[in-house]
Design a protein around this ligand. Structure first.
Ligand SMILES: Nc1ncnc2c1ncn2[C@@H]1O[C@H](COP(=O)(O)OP(=O)(O)OP(=O)(O)O)[C@@H](O)[C@H]1O
Ligand SMILES: [Mg+2]
Length: 323
């Protein structure tokens, strides 16, 4: 299927010379919730800003539903709704006025029925005649979403939608996002929170220092996160792993003083029980054991360090698949 957003060889160098996006290739499928995950300064807002036409790319190509963001700026832009990271609202306007006005900015004819629906979907209907300055932070954020949806975009960008939002509101935002997806809107959100990506996303892209280092199906990524390492400190040094233990795929480390076993804690059978039985039969005595969960960060580090065929960026793999 044709991706709704397609990015090839995108680079952004700011005037300061800072290289904020490095050869980004990325496809986002129509109807997906895509979470862009990355630390502060990774380039999330820059990437979104380029797609939305707010920041000029240095080179590369971006297409939004087939429309080039530069040669067909209007075609691309009218398909997009953006809720920026920094909230800006006109304090003295009413909810209804600000949302209706936003629609007008896109040259769309008035459609009170649509505005009404958006406000109802976002539980803002009761507040429609209230001044923005009288709303709570969470309500203001929902007004920003209503504004972004006022011109019926196919794609909604949410830059850190739940930063500084309490747990309850965060959950209600997730509900809003899911219901938008059910209405066919493609959603791209940025977040620092792995939990948020886990709850919301169909696919997760990880960006670090301007590079997309991984794009993967959420479920696959989460199963990788279940990966654990069991370190077995040995009483006596061994030279090699005994053949009777071959099926456990152990690594001998620490100059023969420790064995390393990798397993997935989410699996029904981790193989730990049979491993211990076989160690005992092999006469290997343990001094200590230790388990460690691989964090998302470690997964990133591994991916960056040792590019294997399947990990040389899912982004490129999808790029080829869709070429
Ligand atoms: N106008 C600019 N001029 C120069 N450098 C910039 C500019 N805007 C952003 N940068 C730099 O580009 C990098 C990426 O910034 P960006 O805002 O895209 O990160 P981010 O992933 O959105 O971070 P955060 O999670 O903090 O929102 C940062 O190092 C930032 O300092
Ligand atoms: Mg940002």
């Amino acid at each position: 299927m044709q991706p709704i957003i397609s990015i090839r060889g995108l680079n952004k160098r700011y005037e300061s010379g800072f290289h904020a996006l490095k050869n980004v290739d990325l496809d986002i499928a129509d109807g997906d919730i895509f979470a862009l995950l990355g630390p502060n300064g990774a380039g999330k807002t820059t990437l979104i800003s380029v797609i939305c036409g707010i920041v000029n790319p240095s080179d590369g190509e971006v297409r939004v539903d087939g429309h080039d963001i530069i040669s067909d700026y209007r075609g691309a832009r009218e398909r997009i709704g953006l809720v920026p990271q920094e909230l800006t609202t006109d304090a003295f306007e009413t909810v209804w006025a600000t949302v209706s006005f936003s629609r007008g900015l896109f040259g769309k004819p008035k459609n009170p029925a649509h505005i009404e629906k958006v406000l109802k979907d976002l539980s803002l209907w009761d507040k429609r005649n209230d001044m923005l300055m009288t709303l709570s932070g969470g309500m203001k954020r929902r007004v920003m979403i209503a504004k972004a949806l006022s011109h019926e975009p196919k794609i909604l960008f949410l830059d850190e939608p739940t930063a500084g939002v309490d747990v309850e509101l965060r959950r209600s935002m997730w509900e809003v996002v899911r219901s938008l997806r059910e209405h066919g809107v493609t959603i791209i959100l940025t977040t620092h929170y792995l939990e948020e990506a886990e709850q919301m996303a169909d696919r997760i892209g990880v960006i670090n220092a301007g590079e997309i280092i991984l794009v993967e199906d959420k479920n696959e990524l989460m199963s990788k996160l279940g990966e654990k390492r069991l370190t077995l400190q040995l009483e006596d040094t061994i030279e090699r792993v005994p053949d009777t233990l071959a099926r456990h795929e152990l690594d001998l480390v620490d100059n023969g003083n420790a064995l390393l076993y990798t397993y997935n804690a989410n699996d029904k059978r981790t193989g730990i029980n049979s491993l211990f039985r076989d160690l005992d039969s092999a006469g290997i005595r343990l001094r200590d054991v230790d388990t460690k969960q691989s964090s998302l960060e470690e997964i990133f580090v591994d991916l960056v360090k040792t590019p294997t065929p399947e990990s040389t960026s899912g982004a490129q793999a999808t790029a080829k698949d869709n070429a």
